[in-house]
Design a protein around this ligand. Structure first.
Ligand code: 4AD
Ligand code: MG
Length: 455
């Protein structure tokens, strides 16, 4: 390829006589004899400075190109006398692909609010912050695959169109080809109700019963009408499922995964993390490094309730008592204030958890675990699965459901059942943790939230 990426240019060991780069102009400064043009091509945070000698290169070649314009620059890569940059290009050739009218192009060089940039989600990948966020998103995804691949987990693809509600929370988007108002489900595309999946877990369990260790990594959908900075209607989830594994194995896997991704991103996205540390969330880098230095805390749900009850100064909105579902304020208190690091809470009351979680001998709790992290609260939710057919059937009945609807899921317990366990990690919440970005809408290129479906 004729074009060299700026990330490669900046890592160059030596000058290059002739090189071609492409990018969008971030700034252009015209002096008497020279124009200084900084371009960015998205391959890294840094811009590349191009020096245009207006004596030798016709001024017209750069023309009206200003902030936002797309150009190609050919020339010599030479050591830069300027501070903060090793190389610059002495341009000998310039081609302008597309101009950006300064009167109307919204991304002029100044600070913009997150809200403003959300309104131009199609242009915000060209800013430093969102470029960095989406590069980290890409690297973190790569690190997830790397982690599982090294441990012989098969990446499996579970359906997005589904007839079952895994979480039983009734937060499903309906998918239909029926005309509006037509309620004849029998005549619908699948002859039954179809929804977008909230989780690939049930199918992942079936795959784990053959492949041993599997994980999903794909989109999931929730029609929960909660307008919070941590909920999106469409988000990506990572769901490993392991045969021949218990809750202890699961906690180890969860902790290992999070730490692997943190280490990978600190290593591969140093400049991008630095940007977030300086401008978005001071102390981010220290906090991430701290996560690598000591193990996550662990505590039972009962122990966590005791801590929350003793937290007299916390002034929780939701009063604390055994049996309640932990609210974000409680989760954050545990991770941020009490343990000051990620904490795994395990063995929750069965009443607040899903039907598939394995009942403990005390008959009150299930072998569940959530990973709570500072700044966010719940990052991961999972459990050892109920592998005993009669207990699982009983639980489904208790919840007023029809076991026939789960016939294939129950078959997994009927034939060659094994202790097994899995969890779901919300990829966007992980990205919030990695960047310090406080709103989930800003780690997703085109977020879907209640009332918002532009782009
Ligand atoms: O705790 P959840 O609901 O668990 C499940 O769906 C299980 N079936 C997972 C499993 O065991 N295989 O969701 C898992 C994680 C949460 O911890 C959270 O990080 C994320 O998914 N999550 C969301 N992220 C963004 N927006 C939402 N609306 C989310 N709902 C859950
Ligand atoms: Mg959960």
């Amino acid at each position: 390829m004729r074009r060299t990426l700026i990330v490669d240019v900046l890592n160059s060991e030596s000058p290059v006589e002739s090189i071609t780069v492409c990018g969008w102009i971030r700034t252009r400064r015209d002096a008497r004899d020279f124009s200084f043009v900084e371009i960015n091509d998205g391959s890294c945070l840094a811009n590349l400075q191009c020096i245009v000698d207006r004596g030798t290169l016709a001024d017209a070649s750069l023309g009206q190109a200003s902030t936002g314009a797309a150009i190609e620059v050919g020339g010599e890569l030479a050591p830069s006398p300027g501070k903060g940059q090793k190389w610059e290009i002495k341009a000998s050739e310039i081609r302008v692909f597309g101009l950006a009218d300064p009167e109307t192009f919204p991304l002029q060089k100044k600070r913009h609010t997150d809200e403003f940039l959300r309104g131009i989600a199609h242009l915000r990948p060209r800013t430093n912050k969102y470029g960095a966020a989406f590069r980290i998103r890409s690297e973190a995804g790569y690190a997830v695959h790397e982690f599982f691949h090294a441990r012989h987990f098969a990446w499996v693809h579970t359906p997005l169109l589904t007839g079952s509600d895994c979480e039983g929370a009734g937060e499903m988007f309906r998918v239909t080809t029926l005309a509006p108002g037509d309620k004849n489900v029998e005549a619908d595309f699948f002859n039954k109700t179809c929804s977008l999946t909230v989780s690939g877990q049930l199918e992942a369990e079936a795959l784990a019963m053959g492949l041993g260790r599997v994980y999903t990594f794909g989109p999931t959908f929730r029609a929960e009408n909660s307008n919070t900075p941590r909920h999106a209607a469409e988000f990506w989830m990572i769901e490993p499922e392991m045969a021949f594994a218990d809750l202890e194995d699961l906690m180890e896997l969860a902790e290992g995964l999070v730490r692997h991704v943190v280490a990978h991103v600190l290593d591969k996205c140093a400049a991008d993390v630095e940007l977030f540390d300086r401008f978005v969330d001071k102390g981010l880098k220290d906090r991430l490094q701290h996560m690598l230095q000591q193990p996550f805390a662990r505590i039972s749900y009962t122990g966590a309730i005791d801590i929350l009850l003793a937290a007299k100064d916390a002034n929780f909105v939701y009063p604390v008592k055994w049996g309640m579902d932990l609210q974000t304020e409680h989760e954050r208190y545990l991770a941020e204030e009490h343990f000051k690091r990620p904490v795994i809470v395990h063995d929750y009351p069965k009443e607040i958890k899903a039907f598939y979680m394995r009942a403990n001998d005390d008959r009150e709790t299930v072998a569940a675990m959530d990973v709570l992290v500072p700044g966010i609260g719940e990052l991961i939710g999972g459990s050892q699965r109920e592998d005993r057919l009669d207990v699982l059937e009983g639980r489904i009945g208790e919840l007023g459901q029809n076991p026939d609807d789960y016939w294939w899921y129950l078959d997994l317990r009927r034939y060659g059942s094994v202790p097994h366990a899995g969890f779901g990690l919300g990829f966007e919440r992980l990205l919030m943790m990695l960047t310090g970005i406080a709103n989930i809408r800003d780690v997703i290129p085109f977020p879907r939230t209640p009332g918002s479906l532009e782009f």
